[in-house]
Design a protein around this ligand. Sequence first.
Ligand SMILES: *Cc1c(COP(=O)(O)O)cnc(C)c1O
Length: 405
Amino acid sequence: MSLDVTALRQQFPILKTQIDGKPLIYLDNAATTQKPQAVIDALVEFYTTCNANVHRGSHHLSDEATRRYEKARTTVARFINANVNEEVIWTSGTTESLNIVAHGLAQKLQSGDEVIITEMEHHANLVTWQQACIKSGASLVVIPISEDGELDLAKFKAALNNRTKLVAFPHVSNALGTINPIKEMTAMAKAAGALVSVDGAQGIAHGGVDVQAIGCDFYSFSGHKLFGPTGIGCLWGRKDVLEDWPIWQTGGEMIADVEYQQTTFGTLPFRLEAGTPNISGAIGMAAAIDWFMGLDQHAIQTHEKALLTRANELAADMQGLRLIGTAKNKVGIMSFLLDGAHPADIGFILDRQGIAIRTGDNCAQPLMKRLNIPGTARASFSIYNTIEEVEAFFRALKKAQTMLA
Ligand SMILES: *Cc1c(COP(=O)(O)O)cnc(C)c1O
């Protein structure tokens, strides 16, 4: 069965938006995805019927809020095939998840230790480790990529040694669209005795993430790139690793016993979740996952591939367009430059035609410097985009090219 995109689009109220009388064409999905009615309803329903704090009250509403909040954790755990629920820590998003890992790592690192990252990192998966290394005197080792935007696996393997304490890489690059061979990379890093942390902010949106099959120690992701709300995300970590990971924030909820001069911290998952959590966000994120898993996974993957294939055909036909990131294994993220045009001007002209893209450094300044470019324009496709929208985008791009020539 092919995907009924028209029916799918009906579930996203925002896609009916007009910009200056022109229908919105939303191609900034790698920055954040739009939300289906099911997610919007879940948020409204929570606040309408059972808003209360969790794990605290001795009353009906609190019990119900707690039940739904913990059920949401189960939904996430199943979605990524976690071994047990306690391995799923609620965070405000990928950035906070990575900070929990880096903050703990900084306490374990010593001078002479090494942390490996790649040239294709988002700042969230770079500044975190860089700061942990600065604090501890460890070295940050950066694995190069090819001109196509693929990781040099031979160099990756060669860089691993008994000083390597942690290896961090993205499942999917937000700037290049590259899908990394994360199972293979994890196996190599584990063989060297290193911990492995995967930045799953982009990878999660394409489904099929199985943390046990990947074999990593940490996998971080956000709700908002997966059709869920902003301000909620998860850190998944292997239970034995998380159990003695240095605590992150302190306060209510994360404790077992408190006295004036000392505290016994709680058990997983609470020891890494201080304070009142984002309850509605967790419930909204679970609603997004339920909604997403209700779709025919094969059909959405086929549709996503078709969007990228059509975009690649049109890009190949367009003089003066240079694609940034042409890895063999890619998601529907298309970064590009037009000869003689500044990305910001391209974005402005497209916006006048109702088309939303990203322009700039893609939160990856060192990668832009490595590629010798100031930044890119980036169109990123999601399952609710249509082939017609991809074609309209290229028509608008040609117009921009003429105007900026
Ligand atoms: C979006 C993104 C992040 C950061 O996610 P937040 O939701 O902003 O915390 C990290 N890495 C990659 C690859 C991303 O695309």
